[in-house]
Design a protein around this ligand. Structure first.
Ligand code: 4AD
Ligand code: MG
Length: 462
């Protein structure tokens, strides 16, 4: 009977006394004169299963010489073990060698640095650490869909190729089919003539699906997107990637306070599901990646997040008895060190809301004070800003005014303006950075270690 290791761990009673077959990769081999042990991982589960083999097998000598990462198919008796580390093991009746690994396999049994493992990104999923990280990634993605689907949101596929400017075109990758090795065609003003390009205009790769998402929220009330997002910023930090995944819910008839309720509810749901469904992985992360991870996550589930105005955050920072690399100022953005201080000050996630309008995006709702916008960032220890959202400017004239002040062309997103003409409503949405969420969930400190193949400045390997 061909089996998967995960089923042994889920219900070992189903297998005791039976003959089973597994196929997998060898993690370790140990042998003495007449018998030996193989630790096998078949990819279905975080843990390995132990196989005991002895010299009654005709290929005993060959098995003893097997190298780490070799693939085998083992058929044997599934046996309950007493007083052993593992509750069960397989006593091999047959070990078929499927593929021998060269002895220079880079993942020999010792600790490797995360930096080194990035250089073998094609092999690192086979380590315990990355097995944990990438299974959590998968389970978290599913939980996110589940949360929104359970709550009546419609999943929208917003375009990857776009001409809409949401978070600033300077941060978007430009897209062209023109031959960049030859002089580009120019118009009368001497500027690149994109009318000759494939789409007949200047186009980009999306840096946010929000604007398109808003159009669907004006039809379906509650929507979300979940897809790749690209930003061309040259930010070489532990929390920025040029390609990341973002979840962007958008909700009609929803103000800033209601938005924060949704953000909090959503984050708690994801944390809870990942803890429930990946206990082995979370235990591993708690032990080897971030000591106290489980306590942190449990605390999050049982607390309500602090909500403070940007101004109050600056008050706290200014009162702090310490020096800063960047002096905190009213009217200015929070630096990494400020975010860190605030989350440590409250010892948990903090919503910072009502930001100075000049440092935030044009589409955010202007508050009655005329100085701040109804924007909110959720800051968490470690990953910093994991969610960024706002109530949207639903007043056509006010939106037109800001766009004009910022030198933006209204006609490029006339369809976005139309939402304010045809049944405008108080609405809000946020963007959840999927990788930042994973950093928070696993304790990983570098975004490069929660993305299968990270793309960051000067790095597009594999
Ligand atoms: O704050 P951002 O730029 O907001 C938006 O894009 C809005 N359109 C969202 C919305 O309201 N619908 O990005 C949202 C989140 C950030 O809070 C952060 O978690 C993540 O996306 N993010 C990044 N993650 C990794 N690498 C980067 N370069 C990121 N830039 C933003
Ligand atoms: Mg932001």
């Amino acid at each position: 009977m061909e089996c998967e290791i995960k089923d042994f761990f889920a219900n070992p009673e189903n297998f005791y006394g039976k003959e089973v077959t597994i196929s997998g990769w060898i993690r370790t081999v140990r042998d003495s004169k007449t018998f030996g042990f193989l630790e096998i991982n078949d990819g279905s589960f975080f843990k390995n299963v132990q196989v005991v083999f002895d010299d009654k097998l005709e290929n005993f000598e060959k098995i003893c010489k097997l190298t780490i990462a070799s693939t085998v198919s083992v058929t044997g008796d599934f046996v309950k073990t007493e007083n052993a580390k593992q509750a069960f093991e397989i006593h091999a009746n047959k070990v078929e060698i499927l593929g021998e690994a060269d002895s220079d396999y880079p993942l020999q049994k010792k600790r490797h640095s995360f930096e080194y493992l990035r250089t073998i990104a094609h092999l690192r999923p086979r380590t315990n650490t990355f097995s944990a990280i990438f299974r959590i990634r998968s389970v978290a993605a599913f939980a996110i869909h589940e949360y929104f689907q359970n709550n009546g949101y419609v999943y929208v596929h917003t375009p990857i190729i776009t001409c809409a400017d949401c978070e600033g075109s300077a941060e978007m990758f430009k897209l062209t089919t023109m031959n960049l090795r030859e002089p580009l065609p120019v118009d009368e003003e001497g500027k690149t003539d994109f009318s000759q390009d494939l789409f007949g205009k200047e186009t980009y790769i999306t840096g946010s699906g929000q604007l398109h998402g808003e159009t669907f929220a004006a039809a379906f009330r509650k929507i979300y997107t979940f897809g790749p997002t690209l930003r061309s910023e040259n930010s070489n930090t532990k929390t920025h990637a040029n390609e990341f995944w973002m979840i962007e819910p958008e909700i009609s008839f929803c103000d800033l306070e209601q938005l924060m309720d949704i953000e909090e509810d959503c984050l708690k749901y994801i944390v809870q599901k990942v803890m429930e469904r990946c206990p082995e992985e979370i235990d591993f992360c708690d032990q080897f990646i971030e000591k106290g991870l489980k306590e942190k996550l449990n605390k999050l589930l049982n607390s309500s997040f602090v909500r403070i105005d940007h101004k109050e955050a600056i008050d706290i920072l200014k009162k702090a008895d310490r020096t800063w690399e960047f002096e905190p100022e009213y009217g200015e953005d929070l630096a990494k060190e400020h975010e860190k201080y605030i989350t440590e000050y409250f010892n948990g996630p903090v919503f910072v809301k009502n930001w100075p309008k000049d440092i935030k995006s044009y589409y955010m709702k202007l508050n009655p004070d005329g100085k701040t916008v109804a924007a909110v960032d959720l800051e968490v220890p470690g990953a910093g800003e994991i969610m960024g959202g706002s109530q949207r400017e639903d007043d056509l004239e006010k939106l037109q005014k800001v766009m004009k002040e910022r030198g933006m062309k209204e006609d490029q997103i006339y369809w976005y303006m139309d939402l304010r003409r045809y049944g405008t409503n108080v609405h809000a949405g946020f963007g959840l950075g999927f990788e930042r969420l994973l950093m928070y969930l696993t304790g990983m400190e570098n975004i490069r270690d929660v993305i299968p193949y990270p793309r960051t400045p000067n790095n597009c390997d594999f």
